[in-house]
Ligand binder design. Structure first.
Ligand code: HEM
Length: 391
């Protein structure tokens, strides 16, 4: 080999070694600088991170860790890293002072199986699409005048709830309040969004309810797959496939309801005729002057975005940072007013019409379950006793 060639090989080797060393030093320097700004974190294990510190009830595990590591800590669950805030001062900093910096939402593990990917408002990036959808919710779909148009629907569903519980009271049977309230809220919201009881078959609402529930459960399980990082695409549990199946059935069902609504719109609405949420969304879909062109998937996904409605009494709209059932700031829940209207009506009727005796005379078991929404570990099952002359 000629001396000149040798010289160039050596030069190339020297260049590679120098590049590697510079890369290594820059990385170490940046890492130490970045780490200085990170919140405190427990000692992590390789690969699993802090998974070994997490029990079945996520909120409880975070609470225990927060006592030791403070109100803002960084937790790594396998391949996913998150920051946990757990007191009012930090919550206020995030939701108020730094609201804009926290306005986007990450995609969860189920996104690759989600046929409405890109139409997910709840996990949308902060931007034009999110702004348009939020305005639409606040000014049209969930505005107070629109909610007022459905007072009769809420009243009818409340009566059905009371009748169903009355049946248990008459037969001295146990009443599963979780089932009763889920049916009540789903029926109310289904009727407000797509008038399912008024068109097509009576079982639409039931089927949609079951499918939305299945999809939420599967999506929850798949979100846990985030801890596997890129390996989640192998769908070891098979839940991805099941989610696609359930979503396709949901899609066919809503497509049919959508067509019925389109046919009705083509015939034209009568003066003062009430429009449900799907009618309003179709109007915007067909409006050439709309700020953002809605797709049919946007409509189908929005129709599934109802949530189970629970019980709260204190200030709930996001100004009391110790208590944030509906979130706060710009990503706060636009359905809070509807949730509170429906929940107040139901709880009021159930307290006014019945006394309640817990099964076996025990106290109500308030143990928290494993879900993200802090559900009860054991559903509330009681004997309703009809009040004299009530209802
Ligand atoms: C008791 C019942 C409900 C609770 C506890 C609840 C809770 C929440 C919370 C905590 C958030 C904020 C999530 C975040 O920060 O990313 C949220 C957002 C949202 N909620 Fe609710 N919600 C309820 C009912 C409803 C209802 C009835 C609807 C619609 C009919 C609804 C539609 C939405 C939407 C569209 C968002 C996303 C808002 C955005 O990203 O800007 N929610 N909800």
């Amino acid at each position: 080999m000629a001396t000149a060639d040798m010289f160039y090989y050596l030069l190339f080797l020297l260049w590679c070694v120098t590049a590697l060393l510079v890369h290594f030093f820059i990385k170490t320097f940046l890492k130490s600088r970045r780490q200085n700004n990170l919140p405190p974190s427990p000692q992590a294990l390789p690969v699993i991170g802090h998974l070994h510190l997490i029990g079945p009830v996520l909120a409880k595990s975070f609470q225990t860790l927060a006592i030791r590591y403070g109100p803002l800590m960084q937790i790594r669950l396998g391949a996913s890293t998150c920051v946990v805030a757990s007191n009012a001062v930090v919550a206020k900093e995030i939701f108020k002072t730094q609201d804009l910096n926290f306005s986007s939402r990450p995609e969860f593990g189920s996104s690759e199986y989600f046929i409405y990917r890109g139409s997910r408002f709840v996990t949308a990036q902060y931007g034009d699409y999110w702004r348009f959808m939020k305005k639409l919710c606040m000014t049209r779909l969930l505005s107070v005048p629109q909610l007022d148009k459905f007072t009769d629907v809420r009243d009818e569903e409340k009566v059905k709830l009371v009748e169903s519980v009355m049946g248990c009271a008459r037969d001295e049977k146990l009443c599963d309040l979780n089932c009763e309230l889920t049916a009540f809220t789903n029926n109310t919201i289904c009727r407000m969004t797509m008038s399912t009881r008024c068109s097509g078959s009576d079982t639409d609402a039931d089927q949609i309810e079951r499918l939305v529930k299945t999809c939420l459960q599967l999506a929850g399980k798949l979100s846990l797959g985030d801890i596997l990082g890129p390996f989640r695409i192998f769908d070891f549990s098979g839940n991805g496939k099941k989610l696609v199946g359930a979503l396709q059935t949901y899609d066919r069902l809503v497509e049919r309801v959508l067509q019925e609504h389109e046919e009705k719109a083509e015939k034209g609405f009568e003066e003062g005729e009430r429009k449900d949420l799907m009618d309003i969304l179709l109007e915007i879909y067909n409006d050439p002057a709309a700020e953002i062109k809605l797709s049919k998937n946007d409509i189908k996904f929005l129709e599934s975005s109802d949530e189970k409605i629970g019980e709260h009494q204190m200030e709930y709209k996001g100004q009391n940072f110790r208590y944030l059932p509906f979130g706060s700031g710009r990503r706060g829940c636009p359905g809070a007013s509807l949730a509170m209207m429906v929940m107040h009506a139901a709880v009021g009727a159930l307290v006014q019409c019945f006394d309640w005796k817990v099964k076996d005379g025990k106290k109500v078991d308030l143990t928290q379950g494993p879900g993200f929404a802090a559900e009860m570990a054991h559903p509330l099952v009681c004997y309703p006793i009809k009040h004299m002359n009530a209802c």
